[in-house]
Design a binder for this molecule. Structure first.
Ligand code: PLP
Length: 402
């Protein structure tokens, strides 16, 4: 009898964490490596949030277990956030707090999927969606948003992908890994399809809501199409916009029976998210937000720098995304060429491996996100390092032999 569970065979380790670990190991071995793999802001958590956490510790509010799915104060702050920023009304009984957004997605899939039930996932997708679905016993059904449609899916594609077995659509805009964000009209076309299929639930991953550029206006699907409210789980968190990836707080608003089921799973697994992090998240949501536009100004400059420099590299094409802190260039024009090591590039995994070897730049191959040949660059890193990395990519592509 095998010791490890069969379910493990269905999934793979996170490619983005893998690249970050590899870059870290090469750096520790003395190599000059620029890591563009990590999906987290390079800015530190704002001081008012840190101070709120320190106060919570000093005042003894961080020492004990809390309610399994979050303290009342944080649920109230989340309800205010949904109302203020998304025009959505959620009662505290419709809100769950988890150990990061990933945990909430995991719990939601564990709470709802039976073997063979399908989850529609637009590709390129965030690496964890298909694997979480498979761990929970479901079947990911991926539909591709091609580069010439700015990595977005069409209403027709969504309609065709839905079957009687479809339980969820997992939707993510602005997107990790492409940065693509659906406009109001593009989103409405998709919600119109969902209206026609009342058995399909919607998990809207709004994690990058605040990271949008060039006056892009963000809408959450249940806000745009209120008839979907009853079957939507609106997911968000403090990790990205508030520079709090390490604190591990994510949250969602949704139908009460689902929220209760999530709490049941949480009560037999992690119990509450760390109490100190919950108090920090209250301050993040209720406190000043002036740092967000300041960060966005820097992110936008870096996005423009990347897009411009990458489009000057031989064989690379890079669309300009609306949000998040990623660009997703195609490297189709380099396929079949030969790297300095003598290796012929057959796919995007070869491209990123050879780029790391030859130039010490760590990026993640697009096939890990379900659409290649391409790669993802996280530009949430110092501008000087980013500029140097793009220069190295240009040199690498220039040195490839036809
Ligand atoms: C699209 C998307 N959803 C959810 C998450 C999870 O965020 P958290 O760190 O809060 O678990 C991430 C993090 O990379 C993400 O990119």
């Amino acid at each position: 009898m095998a010791f490890l569970a069969d379910s493990l065979k269905r999934i793979k380790p996170s490619a983005t964490i893998g690249v970050t670990d590899k870059a870290r190991a090469l750096k520790a071995a003395g190599r000059d490596v620029i890591g563009l793999g990590a999906g987290e802001p390079d800015f530190d958590t704002p001081d008012n949030i840190k101070e709120a956490a320190i106060r919570a510790i000093r005042e003894g509010r961080a020492s004990k277990y809390t309610n399994v799915d979050g303290i009342a104060e944080l649920k109230a702050a989340v309800a205010r956030k949904f109302k203020r920023e998304n025009g959505l009304d959620y009662q505290p009984s419709q809100i769950t707090i988890g150990v990061g957004g990933k945990h909430v997605i995991y719990n939601a899939m564990m709470a709802t999927l039976n073997p063979g039930e399908e989850v529609v996932i637009p590709a390129p997708y965030w690496v964890s969606y298909p694997d979480i679905v498979m761990l929970a016993g479901g079947e990911p059904v991926c539909i591709e948003g091609p580069m010439d449609r700015a990595y977005k899916i069409s209403a027709e594609q969504l309609d065709r992908a839905i079957t009687p077995k479809t339980k969820w659509l997992i939707f993510n805009s602005p997107s990790n890994p492409t940065g693509a964000a659906y406009s109001r009209d593009e989103l409405k076309a998709l919600t119109d399809v969902l209206v026609k299929h009342p058995h399909v639930h919607l998990l809207s991953d709004d994690m990058y809501e605040h990271l949008v550029y060039d006056d892009f206006e963000f809408y959450s699907p249940a806000q745009l199409e209120p008839s979907l409210y009853e079957r939507t789980l609106t997911l968000n968190g403090v990790s990205k916009a508030y520079c709090m990836t390490g604190w591990r707080i994510g949250f969602a608003g949704g139908p009460e029976p689902l929220i209760k089921a999530i709490a049941k799973i949480q009560s037999q697994s992690t119990t509450n998210p760390a109490a100190v992090s919950q108090w920090a998240a209250v301050e993040a949501l209720d406190g000043p937000k002036d740092f967000i536009p300041k960060h966005n100004k820097v992110f936008k400059e870096r996005r423009d720098l990347c897009v411009s420099m990458l489009n000057q590299a031989n064989g690379i094409k890079c669309p300009t995304p609306e949000g998040a802190f990623y660009v997703y260039p195609s490297c189709a024009g380099t396929m079949g060429k030969t790297a300095p090591s003598g290796k012929k590039l057959a796919n995007d995994e070869d491209f990123v491996t050879e780029l790391l070897e030859a130039e010490g730049v760590a990026v993640v191959h697009g096939s890990a996100f379900g659409l290649g040949p391409a790669f993802r660059i996280s530009y949430a890193t110092a501008t000087t390092a980013l500029e140097e990395a793009c220069r190295r990519i240009q040199r690498f592509c220039g040195n490839l032999k036809a």
